[in-house]
Design a protein around this ligand. Structure first.
Ligand code: ADP
Ligand code: MG
Length: 641
């Protein structure tokens, strides 16, 4: 063993340190030692003054590169990762130009001069806010966000009054164009912000439609974190000899790890896992689960299905953990089932596949987890199990890793069975070739004669014995059709089937947790956290009432000390929940109606309206992808869930 294992287990690797920094809020985008200052860039004085107000000292690399090109009037394609300051990269030159135009024309134009398209309501609002702050000293200048899922009235009024800068989601922008409320005929400058995200959300057609209804003489800037072919095509079609500016930032994960996800419902995870193990080529595997208990549980189940698996978690003594890791390194076991804590910094070259059996608590953990493979220059694979309701978290993961996570399909029953039958046949062939079968052959021959049973029948009986009671063929895993799946699960997870809880079930008590609407908790995350950390079955969790800054949860009155201790340390979205009995309420049957007065369903996240992850809700029926696609901020808060 080359190094001290205890170090490997407790230390964070150097790459982990960069990962952590990368996830921190971007106070100032990566300082690559650019020595240009904003004052060197020929910007309008009013814009410069606003930059001083917001405290920007010098341009970020992407800004330093794109601002001069945009001021010159060139079309620009700007590629840089999240958090590198792309908004200001297009907003500052746009405003500077508009300010100068206003001077020439003796006052700001009444027309919409700048149009920014952004993928989500949240991003549109953020961009509009940024524009507003940079335009602070520009008199008579208005920035108007327009996005779906909110009433038309105020937006119509705003457009009627005139806004030089309109920032909108594609769907709503088209609506306004079609209604005649948004006139783009005097447009000077169009920006496609987070272009890759827009395409991913299915806005390609809308974006093209908008672009083709703008005047020919205009400047176009396209900003994106990645450059998939579809974006290249749009750039080619709608941009005029663009300056392509690409700023390399650090990627948090090695590109030699392929990331995939499998949509699977909780109860089918184990079957999904075993199917994957049957078809994937792997060397060593690490499977991550949320709780210590789950590590033992999954390792047991895998062993009973014939895989060589072992658990490591924080409760297992250090020495034993070291032995287990050593066994994995030596190939004595193939699968390590671990919690995030126990596997921190784990460095075993043999690990070729990371299975995120339970989705991690935040993107940073995800990055750590998949960093356990693809080591020492090898290639690695990462598979994420994701329940339909967790699916909206994918975007944040892709943002954090700056890599796409491809969908994978569960290996089909037919494929698995074919493999199994082949293996079965191979085993017979191999045994015949390598073993001395004479003794058994005589026994069988005797049996055949004495019982007058054909040899094939006898062989079949022996095969059943050899299977040790395990069926050789797998059964289909029931999966609801795509559309229904989410609803079906939603219903189950939301225990809507229990209906609104008005009175406590006998034997239950009301507990209070210190997170509520303000912390943006959702019933699903409460159930998940309590079930996982408290080892409580979700069927034991009753009504949930999410209040402004706390929530009430109905749980068994007789929780053990251990469960209470675990739950008091549990976090949801990074916040300790401080679970405690709700004071003044007896842990017994009867309590007046109205305690959980809100039917639970109402609390269930309406994702269309969820400001963090909402898409352009008004277009949702057409695109079907709007909701749930990521809100693209890389600040620490939005990367936690
Ligand atoms: P991106 O669009 O590339 O993801 P943003 O435009 O949202 O990044 O900027 C990320 C953060 O950096 C924002 O909080 C923004 O206010 C800040 N920022 C942008 N430019 C500068 C700068 N030149 N100096 C300091 N902070 C900046
Ligand atoms: Mg941005």
């Amino acid at each position: 063993m080359p190094e001290n294992l205890s170090e490997q287990i407790t230390d964070t690797t150097p790459s982990a340190v960069t990962e952590a920094t990368a996830a921190a809020p971007a106070a100032a985008p990566e300082d690559d030692g650019v020595d240009i200052r904003f004052t060197d860039l020929n910007l309008d004085g009013r814009v410069l003054a606003a930059l001083t107000d917001v405290g920007y000292e010098k341009p970020s690399p992407i800004q330093a590169a794109t601002i001069p090109a945009l001021l010159e009037g060139r079309d620009v394609v700007g590629l840089a990762q999240t958090g590198t300051g792309k908004t200001a990269a297009f907003a500052i030159p746009a405003l500077s130009k508009m300010a100068e135009l206003a001077d020439i024309n003796g006052g700001p134009s009444k027309n919409t001069q700048v149009l920014v398209l952004a993928p989500t309501r949240e991003l549109a609002l953020q961009v509009a806010e940024a524009f507003t702050s940079y335009a602070k000293h520009m008199e008579g200048f208005t920035v108007l966000p327009v996005y779906g899922g909110s009433p038309y009235g105020p937006q119509l009024n705003g457009l009627r009054r005139g806004a030089q800068v309109v920032v909108g989601t594609p769907g709503r922008v088209i609506d306004h164009i079609e209604k005649g409320s948004l006139d783009l005929s005097n447009l000077e400058y169009v920006v496609l912000d987070e272009a890759d995200e827009m395409l991913r959300m299915g806005f390609a057609e809308d974006v093209e439609k908008i672009l083709s209804s703008t005047p020919d003489e205009k400047q176009v800037a396209l900003f994106s974190a990645t450059m998939p072919p579809a974006i290249r095509r749009i750039a080619k079609k709608y941009l005029n000899d663009p300056a392509e500016i690409s700023v390399k930032g650090k990627t948090t994960t090695g590109t030699n790890t392929r990331q995939r996800y499998l949509q699977v419902m909780g109860p089918h995870k184990l079957d999904a896992m075993t199917r994957i193990l049957e078809v994937e080529d792997y060397d060593g595997i690490i499977a991550f689960v949320r709780t210590k208990m789950a590590t033992e549980d999954l390792a047991d189940k895998l062993r009973s299905r014939g895989f060589s698996a072992a658990a490591i978690n924080g409760d297992i003594p250090q020495q034993q953990r070291e032995r287990t890791v050593e066994a994995l390194r030596d190939g004595k076991i193939d699968i390590l089932v671990a919690t995030d804590v126990a596997a921190r910094g784990l460095d075993v070259d043999r690990i070729s596949l990371v299975v995120n059996y339970d989705i991690p608590h935040d993107t940073e953990s995800y990055v750590h987890r998949i960093g356990r493979t693809g080591r020492a220059g090898r290639s690695g694979d990462a598979i994420l199990f994701i329940t339909p309701r967790e699916k909206y978290l994918l975007r944040s993961i892709e943002k954090a890793t700056r890599q796409p996570v491809e969908q994978m399909q569960l290996p089909s029953t037919a494929k698995i069975n074919e493999l199994r039958l082949n293996k079965f046949a191979e085993k017979i062939t191999k045994t015949l070739a390598t073993e001395d079968v004479s003794l058994f052959r005589d026994l069988i021959a005797n049996y055949e004669r004495e019982h007058d049973v054909p040899a094939a029948e006898i062989a079949a009986a022996l095969a059943i014995m050899a299977q040790g009671g395990q069926p050789i063929l797998v059964q289909d895993i029931p999966v609801a059709p795509a559309g229904q799946r989410e609803r079906a699960e939603g219903r189950k997870d939301a225990f809507g089937s229990r209906g609104p809880t008005r009175t406590l079930t006998e034997g239950n008590a009301t507990y209070r947790i210190a997170v509520g609407r303000r912390q943006r908790v959702m019933p699903g995350s409460i159930v998940g956290a309590i079930a996982n950390e408290g080892g409580i079955s979700s069927s034991q969790i009753g009504g949930i009432d999410i209040r402004a800054d706390h929530s009430l949860v109905e749980l068994p009155a007789d929780l053990s000390k251990d469960q209470l201790r675990a739950l008091s340390r549990t976090r949801i979205g990074g916040e300790l929940i401080h679970l405690e009995l709700d004071k003044g309420r007896k842990p017994s049957g009867n309590r007046g109606a109205g305690e959980f007065k809100k039917p639970f369903k109402k609390d269930f996240p309406k994702r269309d309206g969820d400001t963090r992850f909402s898409g352009d809700a008004s277009r949702k029926p057409r695109h079907g992808k709007g909701a749930g696609a990521g809100a693209g901020r890389s600040n620490a808060q939005s990367e936690q869930w």
